[in-house]
Design a protein around this ligand. Structure first.
Ligand SMILES: C[S@@+](CC[C@H](N)C(=O)[O-])C[C@H]1O[C@@H](n2cnc3c(N)ncnc32)[C@H](O)[C@@H]1O
Length: 188
């Protein structure tokens, strides 16, 4: 089941909201990471640059066939052989990756989902000890050009507490201008 308010605008517009390389580096993605997971990859906005950066593999999942195709196209265009894109419902099926197999998991623009707890559990399960969970979300500001309704949009403090209560050790909050905040969290 598609999570609430997880639809996308045009790819051209979405791309203008981020500097993916900078965000990934600030959240701790490193060249020697071997297994990176993107739950709800959308257009591959972050999965493709992550695959270009790491030595290992990036596993990107989305329920929406158009998003899967867009991410696959981004991989092909950039000649990325290490980006594995799968159509999958992570609410119903998780990622299917083995326990303790991932160094870095991305939950980007998705934690307003009613199933946020399930997503965090799946991140806990697949991460290695000391693996990084990276989170970004829309600022709690009604003037952002996109983003979930204010009633379900997590304030930064609330987001940090939600991730901490799922068993992660959260790092400091980062401002990711123009429209986002984010943080890294570690599996203890
Ligand atoms: C708001 S978009 C964010 C995309 C990407 N993380 C980014 O920040 O560029 C959320 C994505 O999650 C996907 N999604 C929603 N529910 C899902 C589910 N149950 N299983 C897999 N993907 C899902 C949507 O199709 C959409 O592409």
């Amino acid at each position: 089941m598609k999570t609430r308010e997880s639809g996308m605008p045009s790819e051209d517009l979405w791309r203008t909201f981020f500097d993916p390389d900078l965000i990934l580096k600030r959240l701790g993605l490193k060249g020697d990471h071997q297994c990176v997971v993107d739950l709800g990859c959308g257009f591959g906005t972050f999965a493709a640059p992550a695959a270009a950066l790491v030595d290992g593999f990036v596993y990107a999942f989305d329920i929406d066939v158009q998003m899967v195709e867009a991410t696959q196209k981004a991989a092909t265009t950039a000649g990325l052989k290490n980006l594995i894109v799968t159509r999958r419902d992570f609410v119903e099926q998780g990622s299917g990756l083995p326990d303790g197999s991932a160094d870095f998991v991305m939950l980007f623009n998705i934690l307003h989902a009613a199933e946020a707890g399930l997503l965090l559990q799946e991140a806990q399960r697949v991460l290695t000890r000391h693996g990084i969970l990276a989170v970004i979300h829309w600022n709690h500001d009604p003037s952002t050009p996109r983003g979930p309704s204010m009633e379900i949009r997590l304030r930064p403090g609330e987001c940090l507490r939600t991730v901490a209560s799922a068993g992660f050790v959260t790092d400091r909050l980062l401002d990711l201008p123009p429209f986002h905040y984010g943080f890294a969290a570690r599996k203890p």
